[in-house]
Design a protein around this ligand. Sequence first.
Ligand code: FMN
Length: 185
Amino acid sequence: MTGASGAILAERFLLRAREVAEIELHLILSPAALLTAQLELGKKRRDWTTLADTIYRHDDLAAPLASGSFPTAGMVIIPCSMKTLAAVAHGFSDNLITRAAEVTLKERRRLVLAVRETPLSLVHLRNMMLATEAGAVVMPPVPAFYAGVTTIEAAADQFACRVLDLLGWSHPNAVRWSGGDELGV
Ligand SMILES: Cc1cc2nc3c(=O)[nH]c(=O)nc-3n(C[C@H](O)[C@H](O)[C@H](O)COP(=O)(O)O)c2cc1C
């Protein structure tokens, strides 16, 4: 988790991922993520510990996730700030989030960046292009309006399920478009 707005996206992703039995969750929060989570959800660091199997210090560059020898299925940065996007795009790995992302790319594993900013500058767009060229999936948290979601929580859940899809897991409650026949379109 980084300090872009949208701590609820991380919360709902962790909740939905925990419902998939095979998933082991390793969580890193940046200091800015802790700030936004406190502002947006009133959650402190200890509140996140129950949502993951392991939680790491942001500056713990000796953690298992800092090495490609530690097997992972992939990584999602959710929400992903423009600062962390820039670091990932340029291989500037001075904390455990950016180092783990670098490792994920070099090991050719799935890296999903739930980038959140609006509007986007040319710098942001260029960094998204660089990250995509390096193999990351840039996935802004844009609601699927056709999926009938009417609350922020439902939109965040739906987004979480799409991220899980990209990481190779299928959530049992994922909303799937089955065509517009019954709507007469
Ligand atoms: C309330 C709040 C909302 C923010 N929203 C965003 C945002 O949506 N996108 C973004 O790129 N940065 C946002 N920021 C700024 C980042 O937190 C800041 O750039 C920080 O240095 C990111 O560090 P990190 O990537 O290590 O978490 C926000 C900051 C605050 C306090």
